[in-house]
Design a protein around this ligand. Structure first.
Ligand code: PEP
Ligand code: MG
Length: 582
């Protein structure tokens, strides 16, 4: 029995839950490519073909988006890359070498394509050097896809994935093999990978810095997504404690499940609308099961991560219609693509500051064709009058007006085409940029509702990257500027008579919920897995006392005061409700 607990790593609690399982080390960094022999040529060739197809898919997706914004010239790079993938001479010589030399495809691809790039790099022509980067890109893309292929067949079920960093799409991919947890060196609480982990109900601890150094393949781990801790090779005592906690957690889930049919009402009768965020189609049944009173945010960009090009109007219509029908008579708020930042495409466009770059509404307004296809599909799905449309990353009135013009144009077209839709479909915007928070009063005159996106609002208000663990200690939801800004949005929005909701992760934080309700927020949208717990918290409190609590918080001048105040309140009033898991 060890008493010193040097086997505990501390990080950021990114998705709640506890698991005990073995480590699977997932290395994404450029690995050394060795000339490993193969035994099954057919399988290697099949993997090679799949990797080529996947690379083409990715490039088509990038191309379809890049052409509008970057112009033919820059977008042509991606077209040229696609052509290289179709070059019969190159492909057949690669296939021939795999067959003859019987070495893993990634080695052959690296070796063969490097011959060209090395030659090009020797040239004195700057043009040739530039082109060699493009070809290098292609090579890395194929190798990455070959590795993924290999990885897929290697991973076993029920492991805890340990990696340096993880993307939202990796998170989804892993979930298909039933992983038990995510442990990463880098990343922050509101990175999209963490949000997806929460949606999938898989515990995650991120920003541990030395996880990949300290943890070895196959070691037994305990992941505590409440405290943000990972225990390596737990001793008997630690195992006993955690097995007990898992039991309590199951018991709590069981108890909370009984609340399903009760409203989210405070003890003095104030009812809070409890909505669900939808990131993955798989969540739909869970949302219905947990009796969400509607869907407060559909992250459409997340739904389409797997598509090679953006799905056409018909495909999108079918997806939105299915969601709207499933949640009927409740409402669903469909947010138009929020591409950019740490999500989907622009990674490949190599922006220097993606979070301050071509993201959300900016990208949509620059791509009216793509924007209109989505808007038409959303409007068409509204024929039962339970769909609302929401715009992401709005910073100015011009963006709202320009978008509304485009929406009107779509309505007119659909009317002419005789398509059924809700003529009064509600239009709302995310409040997630400080300029939007400041202009809330003016925005409220233009839209039917707003939803506060704290993940981005905090990031932009405090100038702290939401996905960077190095600065995660100053990414503070209880920063006085955040609390006062939220208060401003809620008060002004209510005064203007529009619906104000919140769909950022702060709405799902048990420590923050009492403050949010006290500030007067009466609608929140959280991942389906958080609904029972948040409902239980709401049902255990008096609105009266929360108003006082919020008032006190508005007067504090530092984060630490607000945080301590909220944590003390939580420990006094709520810790017992949730079996001391936090
Ligand atoms: C937010 O910013 O709070 C939000 C809900 O949007 P996303 O997390 O998708 O950026
Ligand atoms: Mg956002």
């Amino acid at each position: 029995m060890t008493t010193d607990h040097t086997n505990i790593l501390k990080g950021i609690a990114a998705a709640p839950g506890i698991s005990i399982s073995h480590a699977f080390i997932y290395k994404k960094e450029k690995e050394v490519i060795t000339s490993e022999p193969i035994t099954d040529i057919d399988e290697a060739l099949k993997n090679f073909d799949t990797a080529l197809q996947q690379s083409k898919k990715e490039l088509r997706k990038i191309f379809s988006l890049a052409v509008d914004k970057l112009g033919e010239k820059r977008a042509a790079i991606f077209e040229a890359q696609m052509m290289i993938l179709d070059d019969p001479i190159l492909i057949s010589s690669l296939r021939k070498r795999i067959r003859n030399e019987m070495i893993v495809p990634e080695y052959i691809v690296n070796n063969e394509i490097s011959k060209y790039t090395d030659l090009m790099n020797l040239s004195h022509e700057p043009y040739m050097k530039e082109r060699s980067h493009d070809i290098e890109d292609i090579k890395n893309r194929i190798i990455r896809n070959l590795k993924k292929k290999k990885w897929k067949s290697k991973i076993t079920s029920d492991v805890i994935v340990v990696t340096s960093n993880i993307s939202p799409s990796d998170t989804v991919l892993f979930s298909r093999v039933n992983v038990k947890g995510y442990v990463t060196d880098f990343g922050g609480l509101t990175s999209h990978a963490a949000i997806v982990a929460r949606s999938l109900n898989i515990p995650a601890v991120v920003g541990l810095h030395e996880a990949t150094n300290r943890i070895k393949e196959g070691e037994l781990l305990i992941i505590d997504g409440f405290k943000g801790e990972v225990i390596i090779n737990p001793d008997v005592d630690q195992l006993r404690v955690y097995k007990n906690k898992i039991k309590r957690l199951e018991q709590q889930d069981h108890e909370l499940d009984k609340l399903r049919n009760f409203p989210a009402k405070t003890l003095d009768g104030i009812e809070i609308q409890l909505l669900a965020n939808l990131d993955l189609t798989e969540e739909m049944e869970f949302i219905v099961h947990n009796r969400a009173e509607g869907i407060g945010l559909v992250r459409t960009e997340q739904l389409f991560e797997e598509y090679e090009v953006f799905p056409d109007e018909e495909e999108q219509y079918q997806i939105y219609k299915t969601i709207a029908e499933r949640i009927y008579p409740e409402h669903v708020i469909v947010r138009t693509f929020d591409i950019g930042g740490d999500k989907v495409l622009p990674v490949d466009l190599k922006e220097p500051n993606p979070f301050l770059g071509w993201r959300g509404i900016r990208l949509l307004l620059d791509n009216p064709k793509l924007f209109k296809i989505q808007v038409r599909a959303i409007i068409r799905s509204s024929s039962h009058k339970n769909v609302k449309l929401m715009l992401p990353m709005i910073a100015s009135l011009e963006e709202i007006r320009e978008s509304k013009n485009l929406i009107e144009e779509c309505k007119k077209e659909l009317q002419k085409e005789g398509k059924a839709f809700d003529k009064h479909i509600a239009i709302g915007v995310m409040i997630e940029i400080p300029s939007a928070a400041i202009l809330i009063k003016d925005f409220a005159e233009e839209v039917d509702f707003v939803s506060i996106g704290t993940n981005d609002l905090i990031q932009y208000l405090l100038a702290v990257d939401r996905g960077n663990d190095i600065v995660s200690n100053i990414y503070q939801e209880f920063h006085p500027a955040v609390v006062r800004t939220l208060n401003h949005i809620i008060q002004e929005g209510k005064k203007a008579g529009i619906m104000v909701s919140m769909c950022g992760e702060m709405a799902a934080d048990p420590f923050a919920v009492p403050l949010l309700i006290g500030l007067g927020l009466n609608s929140i949208s959280v991942s389906a897995s958080a609904i029972p717990l948040i409902k239980n918290i709401i049902r255990s409190l008096y609105f009266d006392e929360l108003q006082k609590l919020a008032n006190d918080c508005l007067n504090f001048k530092t984060e630490i005061e607000i945080k301590n105040y909220m944590h003390n309140f939580f420990n006094k009033k709520l810790q017992g409700q949730i079996k001391n898991l936090y």
